[in-house]
Ligand binder design. Sequence first.
Ligand code: XMP
Length: 514
Amino acid sequence: MDYHKEVIVILDFGSQYTQLIARKIRELGVYCEILPFSATLNNITSRNPKGIVLSGGPKSVNDADAPVCDLGIFPLDIPILGICYGLQLTVKLFGGRVEKSAKREYGMARLVIEKKEPLLDGIQDGSTVWMSHQDKVLRMPDGFKTIAHSDNSPHAVIKSVEGRIYGVQFHPEVHHTQKGRKILRNFLYKICKVKGVFSLKSFVDAATERIKKKVGDNKVVCALSGGVDSSVVATLIHRAIGDNLRCIFVNNGVLRKNEAAEVLDLFKDRLHMNLKYVDAEEMFLAALKGVKDPERKRKIIGKTFIKIFEAEAKAMGDVRYLAQGTLYPDVIESTSSKGPSATIKSHHNVGGLPRRMKLTLLEPLRELFKDEVRIVGKELGLPDSLIHRQPFPGPGLAVRIIGDVTRERLHILKEADSIVRDEIERNDRFRHIWQSFAILIPVKTVGVMGDERTYANVIALRVVESKDGMTADWTRLPYAILDKVSRRIINEAPGVNRVVYDISSKPPSTIEWE
Ligand code: XMP
């Protein structure tokens, strides 16, 4: 069965957890899509959903500008689950009373079950749930009953009498809710009565078929960067159409040490892809000569890349499609701010390319979240080292060399950076780290080596944890690791006599130094 035939629609009222709800539902074997709360009834029903989830949100249902969904969803014969704001909205719309309580209920609460109901099957009395709300239900609407409460929430779980509409005051999607997964599972399998046909393996098979059907005998061009998204896109399309996928890998001279060789080894030698390697190091370095301003570096790198890519793709002849690693967070039309990757990607936006080159976009990952892309990569046989790669900016080491990008300075940074990669990125203990890298600062300081005075470069170490790159905190690395990295850099990287550790968070700092 095609997993698109069994869809859950999540209406997003702006909760920070909306994407988490989607991830959890998919992990439970059901495909789901996030739509803005303002989606039209037509838009919702055109997906033929088996169930609708109303997310939480930052507003109060009593606010003048409180978000409200199309009321037409309630009379449909489709089960509904309101979470937090979603529950309060349901109560209010059906004539109940919701008021701001004096005290915000935040954190753990214990659930007391009043009635045995399919939604709470397998949930014990006293099970902990995670609350985060200020409004609470004071009077239930007619036609609804309470099936569980907590100390602070007399109506923590509610259902409509006929058993189609449910609401939970807490957040079943966060891991602090002990049996949250079970509650979502009950909603999906016992109330929406789904079969559960979605898995990332089913995605790979379906996506392969879709690509084959769409592309036919035409040719697809793909800019391979060696990052997770473009690698998974290329491998998936290659699985579908083999040699009709033409990959272009441009060495812009500001890649990490050995990176070009690693990409060629994997994609050309091991996966036998039709891959054109363009060594454009000279061209990029010449264009970057004397440029200190990071924005100018970005523009030069972006423009030079497009020029080369366009020429190479033209030389391939009759290419019809351009493959791109667009992910679901870029696609979601959300009430909350746009997905983080949208912001990151605008840095190296090549958006105008397909139209200029008269190519049609092929975006086989548009349904997936980043974690899912990693699992698909594994499913496709890509090595762990690639799947768990940290994000690496398009303009590469050029924004990590503060000031002039010269061959000599690139060499210093590549050596220092590769030590950081060895000790941190490639160490499974540090998989939770978002990015770890070295920066070359345009400052020299005095040191002493043996009996000699040195006057050499400083390397800064930046190691941060983050969910999406929008905010970040510096990592409290164990001293032993800091010590090892620092010693290795000073001993092994040429012309470095000092290493410093960046202990600033974002905001107010940024992740890159530039
Ligand atoms: P900042 O420095 O703004 O970085 O805190 C946030 C995230 O974006 C990445 N980044 C870039 N990625 N092209 C990219 O593809 C760029 O020009 C660029 N600048 C920053 C950065 O590595 C971090 O993950």
